[in-house]
Design a protein around this ligand. Sequence first.
Ligand SMILES: Cc1cc2nc3c(=O)[nH]c(=O)nc-3n(C[C@H](O)[C@H](O)[C@H](O)COP(=O)(O)O)c2cc1C
Length: 195
Amino acid sequence: MYRIAVFVGSTRPTSSNLKLAKALEKLAAGKLEFDFIEIGNLPFYDDALWNDPPAEVIRLKREIAAADAVLFVTPEYNRSIPGLLKNAIDWPSRPYGDGVWSGKPGAIAGATGGVSGTAAAQAHLRSILPVLGLALMGAPEVYFQSRPGAIDDEGSITDERVRTNLGIWVERFTDWIARFATPRRSLEEIERKTA
Ligand SMILES: Cc1cc2nc3c(=O)[nH]c(=O)nc-3n(C[C@H](O)[C@H](O)[C@H](O)COP(=O)(O)O)c2cc1C
């Protein structure tokens, strides 16, 4: 089973993106193991902090390095991604030449109550992530409209057509990871690289 480092671009306990990520986790049961990564406690990126890197940053880099793939599920803020998520993308890309994103298979998804379905935010992610060396899955795309009742109290997608399409997305992402996954780095190697 593939281990996925999951980044949700909202820290709200009632986040519609967290709900979508959990619904995807449920659909992917038995194929993908979701590891929800804490990003709300990271300091703002500061190059000077590499002299004595914060424990949260070291933890973040280790969690990514130990994953087979990464998934970003994000809201759209003012036609882009939230600063929270950009900060969590910037930290593991450094120090220069020692980032942990390169070579990871990845996918993106987003939920909004609006009609644009986070398309603008996802377009920005599509321009950022390949530059970091991620093998980003281009299709199928997930633009989820989080209207009331779209996900029930058990965390299931209520609309059958949407549920089927997201099931196909899970299969495609699993195939994508199989194509691009590199062997997980040993804990010793990760410790050496991130210490
Ligand atoms: C600062 C801010 C900017 C926003 N800009 C957009 C936007 O550009 N497009 C959009 O569809 N929704 C926008 N929204 C609405 C969010 O999509 C909505 O709040 C969403 O529920 C947040 O995701 P969450 O439920 O996962 O926290 C914005 C919300 C905030 C707080």
